[in-house]
Design a protein around this ligand. Structure first.
Ligand SMILES: NC(=O)c1ccc[n+]([C@@H]2O[C@H](COP(=O)([O-])OP(=O)(O)OC[C@H]3O[C@@H](n4cnc5c(N)ncnc54)[C@H](O)[C@@H]3O)[C@@H](O)[C@H]2O)c1
Length: 406
């Protein structure tokens, strides 16, 4: 029996009533034997989340870490010591991190504008690579990464893990696998949330470092819309701006230039229409996806009121009228997984990464899908600037990417 087939009851591993069980007698909650070793590049907010989640999942060990900031490394090592039994190696350079023969996979968790340079070095190692979203800040860099992936001996997985949020997993199952709603016609997605958090060097306050809000944050939602649409976007119109957040923010005399709200409309080649609403000056987090087909509608939602709760409340409503049974379902992952990061989405993203490392089929985001999420985002960003709808065919031609439509 492989480790993977054991019942997973990690709650009991830590429970007071099980402390008398010797290591020799531990079976169902014995720690998994890790099969892989990871190198983490960038140990800020998400790098630390990946260290935590990898350890919780237990299929790969965090072997070594690299960051340009000594403070980020110190904090990451301190955090790691609270739940792990070994100290990770600290690499002196990016090259050392990538070339360590002990690791078989690298996770790139540095700011958006650094992804292209870091991955050029990481790809030379031939190792499996996990690259945080957005894969790049420009279409040219994103398409270079697709090219790197095509030539890469192993694979590159992009960190578009909202696919693994419970409401969207269930919505995909309902709309795309069970096909309960019939042929899909419209998609409507929204995110209401508080402002961007502080970052090391405040890279997320400037479009030239982040790619702009629609690229930095909303690539997650454009990836989901593209998945549900199952088609190519052909036209994008958007209106957005900076109404409330960081209006008085300045660093080295330069004011923040990132949008905090937007409305985006997308037409797909198969006739499906989608819209997306972003608002980043809401008191807490609320996301919603409404999918409407010829036979019914579903509403998948996630509310995280961090002022009052420590877990998200997620729901799926399926409304079929006279076509079948309607229902409303409360969704959730186990608390330990839910609280490990992004309401459990990061955990299942790791599961997919390790599965892919072991040669199994997965539904995680590919570099090409990552590129398409940026195509929509960059077109929407352009539309907010010009006030005109963007024809995706012409937009891709302009960026010498018309081959994407072939
Ligand atoms: N998938 C998600 O939901 C999600 C969530 C948060 C962040 N992210 C992405 O993860 C990346 C990092 O974001 P964060 O929130 O952790 O930012 P952060 O500012 O908290 O951390 C970034 C870390 O990278 C380090 N760094 C910068 N340049 C480096 C380089 N060239 N080499 C090595 N280290 C370098 C910084 O010192 C810092 O410690 C971004 O691409 C961001 O968009 C994804």
């Amino acid at each position: 029996m492989t480790q993977h087939k054991k019942p997973r009851l990690s709650y009991f591993r830590n429970s007071l009533g099980q402390r008398h069980i010797s290591d020799e007698d531990k079976y169902i909650y014995a720690p998994r034997e890790t099969q892989h070793k990871l190198g983490i590049i960038g140990t800020g907010t998400i790098g630390q989340e990946h260290m935590r989640v990898a350890t919780l999942l237990g299929r790969a060990e965090v072997h070594g870490i690299f960051d340009e900031s000594a403070k980020s490394l110190d904090v990451a090592v301190d955090g790691f010591s609270r739940y792990a039994s070994h100290e990770p190696a600290r690499y002196p350079s990016l090259e050392a991190a990538c070339e360590d023969p002990a690791t078989d996979a690298l996770m790139i968790c540095t700011p958006n504008y650094t992804h292209i340079d870091v991955i050029e070095v990481a790809a030379r190692s031939g190792k499996a690579i996990f690259l945080e979203k957005p894969m790049a800040t420009t279409l040219a860099d994103a398409s270079r990464i697709v090219e790197l992936a095509e030539q890469h001996a192993s694979f590159i997985q992009v960190g578009l893990q909202y696919r693994y949020k419970a409401p969207y997993v269930e919505a995909r199952h309902e709309a795309l696998e069970r096909c309960t709603l019939g042929e899909l016609c419209t998609l409507s997605m929204s995110e209401y949330r508080p402002p961007f958090l502080d970052k090391v060097g405040q890279w997320n306050k400037y479009a030239r470092y982040s790619g702009g809000t629609l690229v930095e944050k909303c690539c997650h939602y454009f990836d989901l819309l593209n998945l549900f649409a199952g088609s190519t976007p052909i036209r994008v119109f958007a209106s957005g701006g900076q109404a409330v957040n960081f209006l008085d923010f300045e660093k080295d005399g330069e004011r923040a230039d990132i949008d905090d709200h937007a409305f985006v409309v997308i037409d797909y080649a198969n006739g499906l229409r989608a819209n997306f609403t972003l608002n980043m000056f809401a008191p807490h987090f609320y996301e919603e996806l409404v999918v409407t087909g010829q036979r019914g509608r579903l509403v998948a939602s996630e509310t995280f009121d961090f002022h009052n709760d420590d877990v998200a409340r997620s729901k799926l409503d399926v409304e079929l009228g006279e076509y079948g049974a309607s229902r409303s379902t409360t969704l959730g992952y186990p608390a330990e997984i839910e609280q490990s990061g992004h309401h459990g989405a990061t955990y299942f993203e790791h599961e997919a990464f390790i599965d892919q490392l072991e040669g199994k089929a997965v539904d995680s985001a590919t570099p090409l899908q990552g590129l398409w999420s940026i195509v929509v985002a960059a077109a929407a960003q352009r539309s907010t600037e010009t006030g005109d709808a963007v024809d995706i065919g012409r937009f891709l031609e302009e960026h010498a990417l018309d081959g994407l439509l072939a």
